[in-house]
Design a protein around this ligand. Sequence first.
Ligand SMILES: Nc1ccn([C@@H]2O[C@H](COP(=O)(O)OP(=O)(O)OP(=O)(O)O)[C@@H](O)[C@H]2O)c(=O)n1
Ligand SMILES: C[C@](O)(CO)[C@H](O)COP(=O)(O)O
Length: 257
Amino acid sequence: MSDRATSDGSSVPAEARTAAVIPAAGRGVRLGPGAPKALRTLGGIPMLVHAVRAMAASRAVSLVVVVAPPDGAAEVRALLDEFPLAGDRTEVLVVPGGATRQESVSQGLRALPGDVGVVLVHDAARPLVPVDTVDAVVAAVRAGSPAVVPALPLADTVKRVEPRRDGPEPVVATPERALLRAVQTPQGFDRRVLDEAHLAFDDAPGEGATDDAGMVERLGFPVVVVPGHEEAFKVTRPLDLVLAEAVIARRRANDGF
Ligand SMILES: Nc1ccn([C@@H]2O[C@H](COP(=O)(O)OP(=O)(O)OP(=O)(O)O)[C@@H](O)[C@H]2O)c(=O)n1
Ligand SMILES: C[C@](O)(CO)[C@H](O)COP(=O)(O)O
């Protein structure tokens, strides 16, 4: 474990910039046939554009790096140019991604300039995260936590099972629900800590993590949770599209979103 960042003392210089990396290179297999998930529209606007706007809504974020499908960077650049951000406060770069989410995030990290000290990693598939959640994550990193995740308590009871393809799966444990959290994005990091984690694990086949904070945890850095938001849900299955459309319709009715 590096000694460069601890949970009780910020190691991010005040002048260092905050950037967001948006992995958007997935296919969206669980959503069913169609365009790559990040390019599908919600309320008439591509999911990826919603996600970029959600990051740019934070005054802290001055750079967004979008990680496009490996052969789709030009298409994604054209799409983002079609839906420009209001104002010129936030720069948006596009880089090609990889075969896994972890590889795609790595590609995004490599594109960050040297003056970035805080990195948010945000799924394109969470297009509706509110700006207050983004700001809370940035603030906690700036206050000294090297890794911060937004999360919510669970509504369902969770069982640990012995996975089986053919027949009922034996339950082996019931973790105490009050101690569990469902983790969302953006996850925020001291940039050097996230770089170190990707350097340590990107060449370790079979060691893939389902989120970035998991990699940082394995290195021994503390990870803390701040409150997530129910509208930061991940668009994963077809029913999530219905929910996302409903949230957008409600926001438009309320405040012209
Ligand atoms: N090779 C990959 C795989 C995933 N992602 C991104 O990681 C985020 C979370 O992944 P997920 O929701 O699982 O998206 P998909 O991989 O597209 O979905 P599925 O697993 O259903 O195919 C998404 O924004 C997705 O675009 C990525 O950048 N590169
Ligand atoms: C990063 C993440 O959104 C945190 O909940 C999640 O782990 C991504 O998982 P996916 O299978 O790549 O959608």
